[in-house]
Ligand binder design. Structure first.
Ligand SMILES: N[C@@H](CCC(=O)N[C@@H](CS)C(=O)NCC(=O)O)C(=O)O
Length: 201
């Protein structure tokens, strides 16, 4: 299987953390692909018309995207437990997954806007408000998040927090969400997170 990949993308990181946890990372051939919102990548678009990473190309030539679908595919392949089956745990994990991904979406849009020559102030303010609200919500949920068996929802949330560390040094999120920070600190000691730390270049 080929994975359109970058060492910087937090959505790719989520897939790679799952792959490591599931023991299928060695089956992935990583293809370094550049995906930028303002520069659609013609080669990548042959596999994903949205020009986004991660995109998975299966050995039979079929393609899978986005990251949520790829994580679920890898979990099925390995018959893993990152997508819990029991209804309560399943919906809880899927909700955390959506919260982690949505948090990331807001952070990335915020960063894109604030880096423009003339950022639109109301847009920057709206993305910042949403990101702060996600942090506060997660701090309220940490008592449930921390003891839950490892699932894709926690991986998504941890990747969003890792993206803050990578791109928003000035945010000081640990002071705002200290219990979440403690949970995150413990989780990222796992080899799957250590192996997927974002790097430039
Ligand atoms: N919902 C998608 C989001 C993926 C995404 O936006 N990836 C970024 C890289 S971090 C990308 O490919 N951006 C290029 C673009 O938006 O055109 C997923 O979960 O896979």
């Amino acid at each position: 299987m080929q994975l359109h990949w970058s060492p910087k993308s937090p959505y790719v990181r989520k897939v790679m953390v799952c792959a490591h946890e599931l023991g299928v990372a060695p089956q992935l051939q990583l293809v370094r692909s550049v995906a930028a919102m303002l520069k659609p990548n013609a080669q990548l678009m042959q596999d994903n018309p949205l020009s986004k990473i991660p995109t998975l190309v299966l050995d039979n030539g079929r393609t899978l995207f986005d990251s949520a679908v790829i994580c679920e595919y890898l979990n099925d392949l390995a018959q893993g437990t990152l997508f819990p089956q029991a209804p309560d745990q399943r919906w809880r994990s899927l909700r955390w997954h959506a919260l982690g991904d949505g948090f990331l979406d807001a952070l990335i849009l915020w960063r894109n806007e604030r880096e423009r020559a003339a950022p639109l102030a109301p847009l920057v303010a709206a993305f910042e408000l949403k990101a702060q609200a996600c942090l506060q919500q997660l701090e309220r949920e940490v008592a449930e998040l921390a003891p839950a068996p490892l699932c894709v929802g926690q991986v998504a949330i941890a990747c969003a927090l890792g993206y803050i560390d990578y791109r928003f040094h000035d945010l000081g999120w640990r002071a705002q969400a200290p219990q979440l920070a403690a949970w995150h600190h413990t989780l990222v000691q796992r080899p799957s997170f250590q192996a997927t730390e974002p790097v430039d270049g």
